[in-house]
Design a protein around this ligand. Structure first.
Ligand code: IVH
Length: 687
């Protein structure tokens, strides 16, 4: 018997005939099986019509008997709701990244390190095996299953906390919404969400038709799609996944190779190219083979991942705070081609940076047509002696924009001239400036149309204030009509509502949506506002760091350059840029105007998700932890309702010890304070 959800209403109280319950169960089994055969095995055994009919019948029955709806029903893959923002998810075990290698020598070096670490622990290295896998170029995600059901999925984020994208992940038909295994019921799976090359091209074609921005590559498309707030839009884009990691306490896991097989048994999609090998020479052969077939694969890969097979050996070898010592990525060389530079144009960025861009004779490279390459700055042009008319070698690595590797001087036309240093802004014709110790030239006219356009585009962009309905062309029109002169004017657009409705390509509905989105943006947190206002050199991550050190904009604007520079990870260039911004009358006015509008210029305390093991308990850390930096561990404890302190007293509840602990360990022992290892700490997190 299927269990009924605890819902109220007439429809929920009616008796459900057993025949219906059986039919619903059978329909779900058949649909799940069809999804598995189509999306995981790529061996469909029923036609689309039959599938559609089953789905239609299931939807019909669930409408008639809503009490039968379960979260893992195939009808629930697309949720009806559009969310405001993603919740944060703390990963129980951090999602580390991989260290890279670029040639065989570096792989041999990795093998030597692994063997030394094992020998130091007196492990027989004759048992050492590696598993080689493809390195998929996508987005890492974690999938949590509880009581056999998919309950939560998250992005990697900073490795420590990510975004809860469960609803979006549910749209991926190759992810089972529930598993059917007699023992394994509670577990975590990790993998890479990606989009096939063919689907990426289709999406870009559609974006072009709609007049929307196209995506640079499949990876960006997958990342952008996973961050959409409406899972209906996600469902319209064919995301896919390969899984490569399993963690569970339900059975003892011993080998990574067996884990991959288990994942297949649990009906997760596992790429078929994985291979167990006995030595580093065989790893090299695998890498060479894969590099040869790379272009024939229907999805993008950027290398191979090599992992120690035995999980016990993995544990002995251990991790650094960033990446495991038992695994390495072997990255393929970037793809190169030769072409000719037709012209060099100057672009003006939102903070006035002048970037030289080469216009190229179009060539196909790594799956796309290339007609431009960044030249970065004028030092680079000089260093590589790049000139208009030159034949050049261009390269496309993992990055979005191709670059010029070198000039093939033998093909240089005899009359070619050095590219001159810029003097005037190509857009507003004002004089350019080059700060000392910087390579860039800047247009310093704050009201240069190119800068205003760039500033507004940046401010409204998805990762900043996320204001919908202000595309490039509309911004251009609003600037030219004089409705927008600077960022704060966005919040005055409501005063021009009637004029906006009358404008071409605008209507009442879209103006209402735009104004609603503008109002909603006032809820964006301080760190987003700090990023959005576009201070030179302040990216998303830097804004987050700065916001966590200065609780409000006033304390930041009063801070000295030295004080900002003191922050770990913040350099003098950033510190100077921040103080200059607040010294400038235009910066001051912008902040005053945005304060009046009601934007958030204060840091809000993180919401606490209490855990009984941590609530009101005081923790002290000593030594180096393997999986967390000290700051990460402290943040984690505080986010669960605990306190942290730097010194041990009688009031301390737990001292967490890592490697090379300091005197705090002795103090804890002498005071009888409970001492726990990192492993025990992780155990407490899991409970
Ligand atoms: S294992 C700690 N296996 O590469 C081990 N990662 O550069 C890391 N990736 O964040 C995960 N293919 O997004 C693993 N077969 C594979 C992978 C893979 C792609 C990504 C993953 C990770 C990144 C690290």
């Amino acid at each position: 018997m299927l269990s009924k959800n605890n819902l109220s209403g007439d429809l929920f109280n009616q008796p459900i005939p057993d025949t219906i319950i059986k039919e619903v169960k059978l329909l779900r089994e058949k649909i799940n099986d069809a999804d598995y055969k189509y999306y995981v095995l790529a061996q469909p055994d029923i036609d689309d019509y039959e599938y559609d009919m089953m789905m239609k019948r299931l939807i019909e029955l669930e409408k008639l008997y809503p009490a039968l709806i379960t979260d893992d029903s195939p009808t629930q893959r697309v949720s009806g709701q559009v969310i405001d923002k993603f919740n944060s998810v703390t990963h129980t075990v951090p999602m580390l990244s991989l260290s890279n290698s670029y040639n065989f020598g570096e792989l041999v070096e990795f093998d030597r390190r692994v063997k030394t670490l094992l020998q130091e622990a007196e492990v027989d290295i004759n048992n050492l095996e590696y598993v080689c896998e493809l390195k998929f170029d996508g987005v890492a995600v974690s999938l949590i299953f509880e009581n056999s059901k998919f309950v939560r999925g998250a992005t990697r984020g900073d490795g420590f906390t990510g975004d809860d994208v469960t609803n979006n992940l549910k749209t991926i038909k190759s992810i089972p919404l529930s598993v059917n295994h007699p023992i394994i019921k509670n577990f975590e799976v990790r993998g890479e969400v990606f989009i096939k090359k063919k689907d990426f091209e289709k999406i870009n074609y559609e974006q072009e038709l709609l007049g929307e921005k196209t995506f640079a590559n499949p990876r960006n498309t997958a990342a952008g799609t996973l961050k959409l707030k409406d899972s209906k839009q996600v469902a319209a884009r064919p995301l896919d996944i390969f899984t490569y990691y399993l963690r569970t306490d339900d059975i003892e896991l011993k080998y990574h190779f067996e884990n991959l097989k288990l994942l297949k048994e649990l009906k997760f999609p596992v790429n078929t190219y994985y291979k167990k090998v006995n030595n580093i020479q065989e790893v090299k052969e695998y890498c060479d083979e894969i590099e040869k077939i790379r272009d024939t694969l229907p999805y993008e890969i950027d290398g191979v991942v090599v992992k120690v097979n035995s999980l016990k050996q993995q544990e002995i070898i251990g991790n650094t705070s960033k990446s495991p010592r038992w695994a390495i990525a072997y990255k393929f060389k970037a793809k190169q081609k030769t072409t000719k530079i037709k012209d060099i144009k100057l672009q003006v960025g939102r903070t006035g940076t002048i970037t030289p861009v080469a216009e190229l004779e179009p060539v196909f490279l790594a799956g796309s047509k290339i007609s431009r390459a960044t030249l970065h700055n004028f030092d680079e042009i000089k260093r590589k002696d790049i000139r208009v008319g030159d034949t050049v070698l261009i390269e496309k690595g993992g990055d979005v924009i191709p670059k010029v590797v070198e000039v093939l001087k033998e093909y240089r036309p005899p009359d070619s001239k050095e590219f001159p240093l810029p003097k005037k802004c190509p857009v507003c014709n004002s004089e350019l400036e080059k700060p000392e110790n910087e390579v860039n030239y800047y247009c310093i006219n704050y009201f240069c149309p190119a800068q205003v356009q760039g500033r507004i585009e940046h401010f409204v962009s998805r990762d900043a204030m996320d204001i919908r309905g202000l595309g490039e062309n509309i911004i251009e029109t609003l600037i030219s009509k004089g409705f927008i002169k600077d960022i704060a004017d966005i919040y005055k657009l409501k005063e021009h509502k009637e004029e906006l409705i009358k404008m071409e390509r605008f209507g009442e509905k879209s103006v209402n949506n735009l104004l609603k989105s503008i109002e909603e943006s006032k809820e964006k947190p301080y760190e987003k506002v700090l990023f959005a206002i576009g201070i030179r050199h302040i990216g998303e991550r830097t804004a987050k760091i700065i916001a966590s050190h200065f609780p409000d904009i006033d304390s930041l604007s009063n801070a000295t350059e030295e004080k900002i520079d003191e922050i770990y990870e913040i350099g003098p260039k950033i510190a100077k840029s921040i103080t200059e911004f607040f010294k400038d009358s235009k910066g001051k006015k912008l902040i005053e105007d945005l304060k009046k509008v009601g934007l958030k210029f204060q840091h809000e305390k993180k919401k606490i998700k209490e855990n009984e093991n941590f609530k009101n308990k005081t923790f002290v850390l000593t030594g180096t932890l393997e999986n967390y930096t000290r700051k990460q561990a402290e943040e984690l404890i505080e986010s669960l309702g605990g306190n942290t302190s730097s010194s041990v007293t009688r009031k301390t509840d737990f001292v967490i010890v890592g490697s090379d602990p300091g005197s705090k360990l002795e103090k804890a022992k002498s005071l009888g304070v409970k001492v726990i290892t990192e492993k025990e700490f992780i155990q407490m997190l899991k409970q």
